[in-house]
Ligand binder design. Sequence first.
Ligand code: PLP
Length: 490
Amino acid sequence: LDHEEFRRQGHMIIDFIANYYRDIEKYPVRSQVEPRYLHKRIPENAPYNPEPIETILQDVQNHIVPGLTHWLSPYHFAYYPANASIAASLGEILCTGFNVDGFNWMASPAATELENIVMDWLGKMLELPESFLFLGNGGGVIQGTTGDAVLCTVIAARDQLLNRIGRENIVKLVVYGSDQTHCSLHKAAKIAGIHPNNVRSVKTTKSMAFALSPDSLRSEIISDMEAGLIPLYLCATVGTTSSGAVDPVGPLCDVAADYGIWVHIDAAYAGSACICPEFRHFIDGVECANSFSFNPHKWLLTNLDCCCLWVKDPSALVNAFSTDSEYLKNTATDSKQVVDYKDWQVPLTRRFRAIKLWLVLRSYGVVNLRNYLRRHVEMAKHFEGLIAMDKRFEVVVPRKFSLVCFRISPSARVNGCSADDEESTANELNCKLLKSLNDSGRVCMTHAIVGGIYMIRFCIGQPLTDYRHIEMAWKVVQEYTDAMLGTYLK
Ligand code: PLP
């Protein structure tokens, strides 16, 4: 780890990435390679002799870049975004440069204390009640992903309940979500030992904009209890993956409270928007939940990975995850004055993620973070306006944030080529359209099927995206639609 060599090679890598950002629009957004392409290009064995960074970087350019889907392209509208910024990238460099393993306070006090501080900062930005903050009796932890956050909270809830009612009752525990809840809940339930028959995906409907209905939840709970089962955990989503639907947090918490259910709020994507006062109402009622998480790595200018989880009762996590290894014992832990984050997560080892979040919060300030989010929402409105001007298309579900779900409408009839009223024909057409869009490499979008409707998801949230990219993307959509349906005549 020679510092001068680090400086030399480090400059080369920064130059490489800077050039990548400069040229990013030149690359096909979605990688166009075939499966196993890289196996044909990279030797079967690791080199015996060292190779210079110059050669390695050449290979990154020639062999790795073609196999990348360019998530940071301004034409990447797929999934939910994966954000990056100068501040967070440099924060990552600090994190990886220091390379501390802050599993407990003693292992690197700054790592733990900065995490305590930024989690309270961010919690206040979201107007979370004090009960979720360290300055109340709660607290926040940075995990890698929402999957981690859901797993940890399911396990914390499970152990809290089973410690009371007896571990043999694990087979009776039931977890609840809707048919729109992210599959993280299913995975977490599986790992937590919840019986596979006891994971409820409560049906949502178009008339409820695909949000979980508190009445439907209550009916499920009642019928489970009548069958002798025990309700454990509800995952409510603010900004569902398919369509950005928002489950009504307050009313769902009211139902859950009647049965002593742990409520987790998964705001993986939309949580970022809730730092803006005009979007905060989407998490109204969070004060009655047990835990809340969102991913700054999706939409808050923070490079992967960074999921922020707050809990009202940290002891539920600690009781579930603490271990008592001799080699980790220390006086700070004994004093009970510190947080040992190893007891808030599955692994022992943890990266110093707080430093990148700290750089983001300081470099942008609340004001510019809000402006960043608002601009994307404004661009989404602009995109909706473009859709509205072409009668072949429709927006499928009401937009709340920066995700627009649209499709060629089943009623589009152009040049004798009919999309028919049949949803299945419309679904096929939209599927075909999406494939040609992504095959073109000019834009990247993904799809979802909700209520039997195949729709194209257009999510704005990448830091380089501007109005001109939105307009160009729409032109590309129209062009490929023209080719499929014939030109739209006014
Ligand atoms: N929850 C929601 C609502 C999501 O949209 C996603 C991913 O898009 C996830 C959870 C999964 O997040 P992660 O990849 O951080 O586990």
